[in-house]
Design a protein around this ligand. Structure first.
Ligand SMILES: Nc1ncnc2c1ncn2[C@@H]1O[C@H](COP(=O)(O)OP(=O)(O)OP(=O)(O)O)[C@@H](O)[C@H]1O
Length: 219
């Protein structure tokens, strides 16, 4: 589904942050992306989401060479990739429901065609009771789940989550992990960037470990 071959990345004239990174994300797979702070996890997620181009190497996304994608194709391919950013990026002036529905509204869909789906998804992440609340009054864990719901509303083929359990207590982290596993059982590939070893130890999953810009994979 996604393939990296000998990918390298440097910011500006700086040193290579990622070096000779080669891996595949198979359809329906589940993996953790870990490594110490500064190892390049967020950078790798940015490359996966195509918000940056590699400085060298080949990236193939859903069968297309990333370097040949033009600006019209990019949004169509990105729609297949859901992202949960470290800082959530929720809009404070909109309700939780409106935040989750936003990607569909932006595409010009009629509310009547998606209202039930948004409500179902909010119930699934456990935010059914909070759908009319705005992000400033949500707890950290509720914001996290709202961001997950927004990433999933377009039924992506793959979900990328950057430190999704970074700001929550261990019980909620376990609950979020169960949510990701359930999503994966329903067919979505999942990549969770984390340095939470306790979280990774809870499931037998593929681990992609970055260290000084190089990637090792433990299947
Ligand atoms: N926009 C940028 N410009 C220049 N250097 C950057 C930029 N973003 C990240 N870096 C550098 O790239 C390296 C990898 O950073 P990255 O954020 O990908 O690591 P990370 O593994 O996600 O770290 P953390 O776990 O702390 O979030 C770091 O040395 C960082 O300073």
């Amino acid at each position: 589904m996604i393939r990296f071959e000998n990918v390298g990345l440097r910011y500006g004239m700086g040193p290579e942050v990622l070096r000779d990174v080669t891996f595949r994300i198979p359809e329906g797979s589940f993996q953790f992306l870990s490594g110490p702070s500064g190892a390049g996890k967020t950078t790798l997620l940015r490359l996966l989401f195509m918000s940056m181009k590699p400085t060298r190497g080949l990236i193939t996304v859903f069968g297309k060479d990333r370097s040949s994608l033009d600006r019209r194709e990019l949004p169509l391919i990105r729609r297949k990739i859901g992202v949960v950013f470290q800082d959530f990026r929720l809009l404070d002036h909109m309700t939780t429901y409106e935040n989750v529905a936003l990607p569909l509204r932006v595409r010009g869909r009629e509310e009547s065609s998606y209202r039930a789906d948004v409500v179902d998804l909010l119930n699934w992440v456990g935010l059914g009771e909070r759908m009319h609340a705005r992000p400033p009054i949500l707890s950290g864990g509720e914001k996290q789940r709202a961001a997950i719901a927004r990433a999933l509303i377009e039924q992506p083929k793959i979900l990328l989550a950057d430190e999704p359990t970074g700001n929550v207590d261990p019980p909620l982290a376990r609950r979020l992990l169960r949510l990701f596993l359930e999503l994966n059982r329903l067919g979505t590939a999942v990549v969770i960037a984390t340095h939470d070893v306790a979280l990774m130890d809870q499931v037998e999953a593929r681990r992609m470990v970055l260290s000084q810009g190089r990637l090792d994979i433990y299947d």
